[in-house]
Design a protein around this ligand. Structure first.
Ligand SMILES: C[S@@+](CC[C@H](N)C(=O)[O-])C[C@H]1O[C@@H](n2cnc3c(N)ncnc32)[C@H](O)[C@@H]1O
Ligand SMILES: [Zn+2]
Length: 309
């Protein structure tokens, strides 16, 4: 059986999905074509399917190129070790969901590190509203041997599909852990897909994240951070927060440009700031990421019934 068919459901009717050749089908005859990379578009049909919520193609390419060089590896390592040490184990395979996975580098790296730490198989599924990001994630997972065309014996299975994180095409209470790295957080949906007692890990920018870059881009820099916190009725308890802080040495214009293009500053920097940054050939920046770990108690409002029709 395909590693993902145990967890995926049809975004239209909520029935199980299974793979037949290059097509995923549900029992009611809805079908979704898989691309050569294995990528599938599971965005709910109609409004939203073509919405421009996803990152643009160039931002996806910049993010992939930057992250796959390993610049944020300390964040992935801490995330995987923390999940493993807080009792994420006991399941084989272990299902990890990444909500707003982007181009899947964190999804794949955390999955690989978690499989090593737990000594079990890990099946990781990322979802992103951006088709380009999801396709890139499938290509990356394939290049690592995590998403083989047929069979294969990797302990890690991973893919990124196009999907809406507020309405994931995933079975209720199926995930052993969920990630949200620098993405919008859908607390209620996280509670629907997580098994009770399981973990939700959010990564967000700390106060001094990329401070050197911000000082170059803007005349005035305000130090603020955003700490994710669930509404009380969502059924999550905070286990703790950890700050992962380190220096990244960007040795080329390309690395600087790629980091800039994957930040929110990319869309809101005045020309003068852009010019100052593009004049630099190297830059050392502080990466400050806050990891917030929550346990899903399972006493929230519970999943809404899946509408059929
Ligand atoms: C800042 S990026 C982070 C991507 C990735 N987690 C990372 O850390 O590299 C935020 C991502 O959230 C995705 N996103 C925003 N709204 C979404 C939604 N409703 N459903 C799925 N993905 C969404 C965007 O397409 C984007 O790729
Ligand atoms: Zn269906």
């Amino acid at each position: 059986m395909n590693a993902f068919s145990e967890i995926l459901v049809c975004p239209l009717c909520g029935e199980s999905l299974s793979e037949e050749g290059c097509v995923w089908r549900c029992g009611r005859g809805h079908s979704y074509d898989a691309a050569r990379t294995g990528y599938v578009n599971l965005l709910p049909p109609g409004k939203g399917r073509n919405a421009r919520t996803g990152d643009e193609r160039e931002m996806v390419a910049a993010r992939a190129s930057f992250l796959r060089k390993g610049f944020y590896d300390p964040v992935d390592r801490e995330a995987a070790l923390w999940l493993a040490s807080e009792g994420a184990g006991g399941a084989d395979p272990f299902f990890l969901l990444d909500m707003g996975a982007g181009e899947g580098t964190h999804t794949c790296r955390v999955a690989g590190l978690l499989a090593d730490a737990l000594g079990t198989r890990v099946t990781a599924l990322g979802f992103d509203a951006s088709k380009h990001a999801a396709e890139s994630g499938c290509r990356y997972a394939r290049s690592l041997g995590y998403f083989p065309k047929d069979g294969g014996d990797s302990k890690v299975r991973a893919a990124v599909f196009a999907g809406n994180l507020f309405r994931l095409p995933v079975r209720d209470s199926s995930a052993h852990a969920a990630l949200s790295f620098f993405a919008p957080i859908a607390w209620e949906e996280a509670g629907r897909i997580l098994r009770p007692g399981r973990l939700f890990l959010a990564a967000s920018a700390g106060r001094e994240h990329l401070i050197e870059m911000r000082r170059i881009l803007y005349d005035e820099v305000r130090l603020t951070d955003f700490l994710p916190s669930p509404p009380p009725e969502a059924g999550f308890s905070l286990i703790g927060r950890k700050t992962v802080s380190f220096e990244a040495e960007l040795g080329s214009r390309e690395d600087i440009g790629n980091l800039f293009a994957m930040t929110p500053f990319y869309h809101r920097t005045p020309e003068a700031g852009r010019e100052r940054l593009s004049a630099l050939g190297s830059l050392t920046v502080k990466v400050e990421t806050v990891l917030s770990l929550f346990r899903f108690r399972g006493d929230g409002p519970g999943p809404e019934p899946v509408s059929v029709g």
